[in-house]
Design a protein around this ligand. Structure first.
Ligand code: 3PG
Length: 215
């Protein structure tokens, strides 16, 4: 499996999770993130506009590392690949979706929340997983504990769900964390309001925080 996009995501350290209300916002949103020094986005299949937005970003803003989120079906894997997504994530573990992503050469991080989930995902060859819903499930301490029996397999995680600017340090100081993710940088309301300056400022702030935490 091609893991290079996730290596890049891990270097960046923070992934803005986007539910885009209309594909017309794709380019200005990408520009706002790039302007803030954050060249990555996870565009989720939570809105009708997602596939078109992904296609526009991949065609017009190749500098942005663009992945698909909320990939819940084999069809969604195909849509993501067709739209130029370079990685995919899901809130849960579905072996059919993981197999489809593998067959399509799409680096994929399934969601996990329990040791059983981790066990099933590792058996399918996954080494990077999304920990979701990260804070509600027990935060960094929970992830440290449920992942401990598997660490010899070289697993890393992207926690999302309740992760913010204010608690990202709790995650990024752990060696098992590849990157954090969340919607706080570009909420649908910010996108609809065209608050590109606000999105740029939050993107920049997040990147600065990653640098501070990682030294
Ligand atoms: C996701 O899809 O990754 C999460 O829903 C993001 O959660 P947040 O809105 O709490 O950041």
């Amino acid at each position: 499996m091609n893991v290079a996009p996730f290596d890049r995501a891990a270097r960046i350290g923070v992934v803005p999770v986007i539910a885009i209300p209309s594909a017309d916002y794709a380019e200005p949103l990408a520009d706002a993130l790039l302007e803030g020094g954050l060249p990555i986005a996870e565009i989720t299949f939570r809105t009708e506009a997602a596939a078109e937005a992904m296609a526009r970003v991949s065609e017009t803003r190749p500098d942005l590392l663009m992945g698909a989120g909320t990939v819940l079906s084999v069809d969604a894997v195909s849509s993501a690949v067709a739209a130029g997504a370079t990685f995919g994530l899901a809130p849960g573990f579905d072996p059919e979706v993981v197999a489809a992503a593998d067959a399509a050469g799409l680096p994929f991080a399934p969601g996990i929340m329990t040791p059983s989930d981790i066990s099933l995902a590792t058996a399918r060859g996954c080494r990077l997983m999304k920990f979701f819903p990260a804070m509600a499930a027990g935060g960094p301490d929970m992830l440290k504990n449920i992942s401990a029996p598997f660490l010899h397999l070289g697993l890393t995680f992207i926690p999302t769900g309740g992760v913010t600017q204010d608690n990202m340090h709790e995650w990024l100081s752990l060696p098992i964390i590849a990157a954090v993710g969340g919607t706080w940088i570009a909420k649908p309301a910010d996108i609809e309001a065209g608050d590109w300056a606000g999105i740029t400022a939050r993107a920049r702030h997040a990147v600065e925080r990653v640098d501070e935490i990682r030294g």
